[in-house]
Structure formats: C-alpha cells, structure tokens
Design a protein around this ligand. Structure first.
Ligand code: 5AD
Ligand code: SF4
Length: 464
C-alpha cells in the first residue's frame, strides 16, 4: 500500500496525552499504515502510564516504527540507530525499541547487529509491548515477531499523534494476501484480515465527535475488505451515513479487485471523496506478469475508464516501479505510454529495490543497471510533473470545496489544505479569518505542479 514513504512524521501536539514522568518518543517511517500503527502504539503506552515527548533527548523510551519496502528505508534506520547509541551513552537508562516491518523482517539480527536495540516487535506484536518493556527493564533483551491471523487491534483506542485535529487514519484491515513478486509486505505484515465493521464505525463516530473533518481508511487492499457479509462498498455506505459531516477517503485500491460497486457508492454519497489511489506499477503486460499483479495494461485502463465514468471529478494517483527485473527499454516506454493514457493526476515513483525472500528475489535477476534505473526514474518524474501540472491547470477557474489544515509554509497568511477530491491547495489570505478544520468554497486561480492556489469564493464557511 501506501503513499508516503521513508518520511519521518513530525511529532505531535498530543492534546490527548496525559502528563507522566516516563516519556516515550516515537519516530515513524514508511507508509500511512505505519503512521496509524504508531498511534496504536501510543494508545497502548498511554494506557500504561507513559507520557510523550517530541524531543528524543528527554525520552526514557525511544521507539522507531520502521519500513522495509526498499533497501534505502532500512539504511536510514541503521543510521538513526547510531544516533540513539550516542544518546544512550549520556542517558544509560534509555530504552530503544525497533517496531514495524524492518523489525519483522530482520528479527534477532537487529539485536545482534545493533547492541543499542533493547526491544524488537513486529506489526502484530504491539499488544505485548508493555510486557516486552518490563522484560527489558528487568535486564533482558526482548523480541516478539509472531504474525497473527486474527489481530486487528479493533479494541485499542489510538492516541492521535497529529498536531491538528483535522484528519485521521483508521486501519480497516491488516496484512496482504497478494503475492506481488517485488513486495516484502506479505512477509512483514502477514495474512490479510478485516477488522469488524462495528468498531470501525465507532472509531469514526468518536473522531467526528472530536471535530475531525477527514478520515482516511487504510488497508493494503481495501477492495478485499469483508466482514460477515459487509464488503468494502457497504462499509463505505455505512460510514458515509454514520458520519455525514466527515470527508471519507481510503487507500489502497488494487486494479485486479476494484469493483464498479465501490465507484457507484462513492458517487452516491456527498461525503465519500472521489480520490482513488490505484497503483499500476508498470504499463507493460510482460512486466506486470513477472510482477504477478494479476492484470494487464488494457484491464487497468478499463478500470480508469470506469473511474472517470462514475466519478468525473476523480483525482487518480498511482505508484510506478522502474527497473524491475528484466525491464527492457520497450517495456519502460510502455509505462510512459500508460501514464499518458491514464492521465494520472499524481504519480509516486520508485526504483526497484530487491528484497530478500520475495518471489522476485528467488525467481529473477535484479539485472537493470543502477544508471539505467536512475535514468528511467528521471523520465517518469518528468512526465509525472507534466501530468500533474496539466491536472492542476484544468482546475483553474473552477470552484472547489477545500478543507483547511494549517498555515501555509511559504506565507503563513495563507492556509494549506486539500480539495474534496484530494488535491493540495493553498488558500490565499485565509489564515487570519479561518481556523484549521474550516471547509470553504475556493476558486482556483493558479496552479503549479505541486499545488493549486485559490481565493476564498464565499466568505461563509461550509463548516466551521
Ligand atoms: N522496490 C521498489 N518499490 C517497491 N514498492 C513495493 N515494493 C518495492 C520494491 N521492492 C512500491 C510499490 C508499492 C509502493 C508502496 O512501493 O510501487 O505500490
Ligand atoms: Fe508500510 Fe511495511 Fe510496506 Fe513499508 S514495508 S510500506 S511500512 S507495509
């Protein structure tokens, strides 16, 4: 899944945290799912009496929630562990734990190769954290990396780590049953399981009551959500009705599983947003076959056509991998052609990175030279920027609903936010009049490849 990779999420205002003499510091890498998991971990620690800090230098417990999707993601963690090693010299009581996908993949190796690490816990092991911490406090190293077929953490209240009470994630399922040949996720997050729909509705209602305006439902493959006869389309409908004032987004969809029923449902509720993240990975049928993706380029384009038919306002984003095993120049060109044909609004691009143990690592050679991978990535980036700019330019002159999030970085008199369909927007001269969480009608006046720029079109907010 996942949109944001290898990004350190900023640390929190933690309005909901209680003060405590024991302070935890959590640093999160990888996808949105990892970020949501860090909020679960924070919820579990808070119940144990921990407080939180944004400054690792005053922490008693440091947790790194890690990603294993590309080698680079892991390299960064090894570097970071060196820094925490130096902190520990000054604060010998400091405990350091590694969580998440890299913990699951490397297991004992982390303890052996990084003596600074006291504790290793995989994505299905967070319920055991208090016990693991006690084990470390009594002088032993602790490790728990068993994957589960049932764990969905449905009963655990996450502690929201975002400083703004505007948008929040809800995990609706865990794990993945697809076997994309490049992907480590099935090995690090285990078998797919859906969380019960009642607890999802409850969490959404709690967020709505706290004033959140946007919820993103998370799963590796949301289209295969199922709980006692409730499939993803029905879950969306129930949520749309349960929290009618909240915008609902979701990620990630899989081209082989995405049903028209979901698109139809989105079209029929005013708070289901037409933002679809549909990773294509490659535009070449032969590469898609080696990737074991279960669809062809023509099938994918037919899905795009359905999206545009049901949801003319849809914003469509995708993931692309360049330099997968055996990728020829002609196959790469097919990816560029598909990018144009699908007219993506936004593209996340990656160079293939072989992950030990995956199908591709066992079956194929990682034989595209690094220089070629880099050049292909440049090509994808250039085209992605062109498509992004075109997509943004099409919006100039139109009016959108925008959810304001925070003062803009460039000019704090402006507010940064997102349109209903999911594009980033800067609303000029809005910061002194409208607080975060306001939904406004905004007229788009300018576009760059990074963002839309708009003016307030109607001074009365749609919602305060
Ligand atoms: N190498 C490069 N990119 C990868 N992704 C997943 N595995 C790899 C890998 N081994 C990308 C895919 C996926 C996104 C989350 O990360 O594009 O959709
Ligand atoms: Fe998220 Fe784990 Fe995949 Fe990284 S490897 S993107 S953290 S699921």
């Amino acid at each position: 899944m996942a949109l944001a990779h290898a990004r350190v999420f900023g640390q929190p205002a933690l309005q909901e945290a209680t003060p405590s003499p024991y302070k935890a510091y959590i640093e999160t890498y990888g996808c949105q799912m990892n970020f949501a998991d860090s909020e679960l971990v924070a919820g579990i620690l808070q119940a144990e009496g921990y407080g939180f800090t944004t400054d690792p230098q005053e922490a008693d417990l440091v947790l790194l929630n890690t990603c294993a999707i590309r080698e680079h993601a892991e390299e960064k963690i090894w570097q970071r562990l060196k820094y925490f090693q130096s902190l520990k010299v000054r604060r010998p009581h400091l405990l350091v734990g590694v969580l998440g996908c890299m913990a699951e993949r490397l297991r004992k190796k982390l303890l052996e190769e990084a003596p600074v690490v006291d504790l290793v816990a995989g994505p299905d092991s967070y319920r055991h954290l208090p016990q693991l911490i006690r084990q470390v406090e009594s002088g032993a190293k602790a490790i728990h990396v068993l994957l589960s077929r049932e764990e969905t953490y449905a009963d655990i209240a996450p502690l929201r780590l975002s400083p703004h009470r505007v948008s929040a994630y809800i995990s609706i399922m865990r794990g993945c049953n697809n076997m994309c040949s490049f992907c480590i996720v099935p090995f690090t997050r285990g078998r797919e399981r859906s969380r019960n729909w009642e607890s999802i509705l409850q969490e959404a209602q709690d967020l709505a009551a706290k004033g959140y305006k946007e919820i993103t439902l998370l799963g590796q493959n949301v289209d295969s959500y199922h709980d006692r006869g409730v499939r993803f389309a029905q879950l969306l409908a129930r949520l749309a009705e349960a929290v009618p004032q909240v915008w609902i987004r979701f990620a990630t969809s899989h081209p082989k599983d995405m049903q028209d029923e979901v698109l139809e449902t989105i079209a029929s509720y005013p708070n289901l947003t037409p933002y679809i993240h549909l990773p294509v990975q490659s535009g070449s049928d032969t590469v898609l076959q080696r990737m074991n993706r279960g669809y062809t380029a023509a099938w994918y384009l037919q899905r795009v056509e359905a999206i545009r038919r049901y949801l003319p306002q849809a914003v469509l984003s995708t993931d692309i991998i360049v330099g997968f095993c055996g990728e020829t120049e002609a196959e790469y060109q097919e990816t560029l052609a598909l990018m144009r044909a699908a007219a993506f609004d936004s593209v996340y691009h990656f160079m293939y990175s072989e992950r030990p143990g995956t199908l591709a690592a066992r079956r194929y050679k990682d034989d595209v030279p690094l220089e070629v991978k880099k050049a292909r990535l440049e090509g994808v980036i250039a085209l992605a920027q062109e498509l992004n700019l075109e997509s943004h330019r099409r919006q100039v002159g139109t009016v959108h609903l925008a959810l304001l999030e925070k003062p803009a970085r460039k000019d704090p008199r402006d507010m940064a936010g997102r349109t209903f369909s999911g594009q980033a927007v800067v609303v000029r001269q809005a910061a002194d009049r409208y607080p975060p969480s306001t939904i406004l009608k905004v007229r788009i006046v300018e576009a760059t490849s990074a963002t839309l720029i708009g003016d307030v079109a109607d001074p009365s907010p749609v919602s305060p």
